[in-house]
Design a protein around this ligand. Sequence first.
Ligand SMILES: Nc1ncnc2c1ncn2[C@@H]1O[C@H](COP(=O)(O)OP(=O)(O)OP(=O)(O)O)[C@@H](O)[C@H]1O
Ligand SMILES: [Mg+2]
Length: 258
Amino acid sequence: MPATPTLETRDLTIRFGGHVAVNAVSCAFQPGTLTAIVGPNGAGKTTYFNLISGQLRATSGQVLLRGQDVTGLTASARTKQGMGRAFQLTNLFPNLTVMENVRLAVQSRAGAGLQLLQLWSHRHDLIEKADSLLDAVRLLDKRNATAGALPHGDQRKLEVALLLALEPDIFMFDEPTAGMSVDEVPTILDLIHSIKARGDKTVLLVEHKMDVVRSLADRIIVLHNGSLVADGEPAAVIASPVVQQAYLGLPADGSAAA
Ligand SMILES: Nc1ncnc2c1ncn2[C@@H]1O[C@H](COP(=O)(O)OP(=O)(O)OP(=O)(O)O)[C@@H](O)[C@H]1O
Ligand SMILES: [Mg+2]
């Protein structure tokens, strides 16, 4: 029998008025795997993430974390249970420096809470941890910059550092390289690859770029009009008529578009 999935959704559904944005999506995610979630604009990918992380409440269906129903829990309760999501800049403290932001995240993970930054100077282990996270996202040289003044790509890298600091079991990335310059993209993709390579983390990645999906994903699921329409090994899913037609906009017979 397969192990209990880290994360599972059962018939997960949300309606906005008459519009069903996520429609009875049932899917399970195992540790050590990276699942790419693809689909056209408005397919429901971000809404699916919002339902999983607790930003939105489902109209019906369930979210299970290690087999436990967390559908009724708040986003922060789910975070405490190991769900990690990079939120487009909303969890940055814009007036603090890059290093102070990471310190606070490391400190809160270490159980020290959001206490005064001054106490920090006694915790060399935490300082080293913060430095290694900034190094991982290639932001060490900007450690004293004010977070709110960073270019967009650097802010996204900082977001990833904050997510890493929390050491979640589940990593959710929603278009993590959006807004990054070409030379910044490999840093983030390498990091995501290294998270997956650890073998114990469950990674979900919403990504439009098929080359990125191909290089990172063990599995692809496809959402279309809120429904899960394909699920499987990357090459097979990409080649499937439903993806060729619904997502890539190619003819259903798989022939090349003019
Ligand atoms: N809070 C909301 N209220 C009403 N409709 C919403 C809300 N959030 C999302 N929707 C609608 O739900 C549908 C799915 O949106 P969603 O943002 O999840 O798509 P997506 O797959 O992430 O698209 P993209 O690739 O453009 O990011 C869209 O039709 C969107 O307009
Ligand atoms: Mg989206």
